[in-house]
Design a protein around this ligand. Sequence first.
Ligand code: SAM
Length: 247
Amino acid sequence: MNHRGEIKIAVREHYGQLAQSGCGCAKDSCCSSMGTNSFEQLGYSKEDLEKLSDEVLSVGAGCGSPIAYADLHEGETVLDLGSGGGIDVFLAAQKVGPRGRAIGVDMTEEMVERARASAKKMDMTNVEFLLGEIEALPIADASVDVVISNCVINLVPEKARAFSETFRVLKPGGRLIVSDIVTRGRVADVMKSDLSAWASCLAGAIEDREYLKIISEAGFEQVEIIAHSAMPEVAGFYSATVQAHKI
Ligand SMILES: C[S@@+](CC[C@H](N)C(=O)[O-])C[C@H]1O[C@@H](n2cnc3c(N)ncnc32)[C@H](O)[C@@H]1O
């Protein structure tokens, strides 16, 4: 098996375990399962957090809050790439209302099952969780108004494919808001071959300017970092929220 295949297996195993334990992974860089305070530090509002059960929050593993910048409107269709336990999908669904839809795609079966169970418990009918890979999205062309993602693309070895798939599914006029771990400077080769460092959102992180370039090359315009924070507290790494448009 090649390195890309090994990375996929390591990432699936890691998030499969998180979905089943639901007890968070506070050691990880891309894991916010440390209580409501840390979610607020990531940019979630108190009002939004109050709408979510502990069951959903306990598997939250983001590094930012794309939802806080997405400016969602009633009736919009939102797609969350790497939706995990569904935290951003549930918030998006509440913002777009019954005429809108929020769809999550995740490649880890246990996460999708957990998110579907939470949706059922909350009786939410405008959400959908699909098992699939971001590099080959199970979503029709030009069918989505807004794509969000929270701490996921760093885990994807083929980032250019992920962003060209994102471009394909967005409607013209649609927007992308993605929070992710990026770096200032190159990640050391020794870390790049460490599968556990991939799963904890460090090894697959790339330089901020390269990240923006890949998004532009996928066809997006007005690509810019609109927010950033020091998380994770590892020298050279930070969390950025990037916005881009499909004109
Ligand atoms: C760090 S967690 C973030 C989950 C969620 N966005 C959140 O904020 O809680 C990363 C998620 O991305 C999923 N993932 C990683 N690579 C993926 C890929 N290539 N396609 C689909 N999902 C992927 C993992 O299964 C995991 O659930």
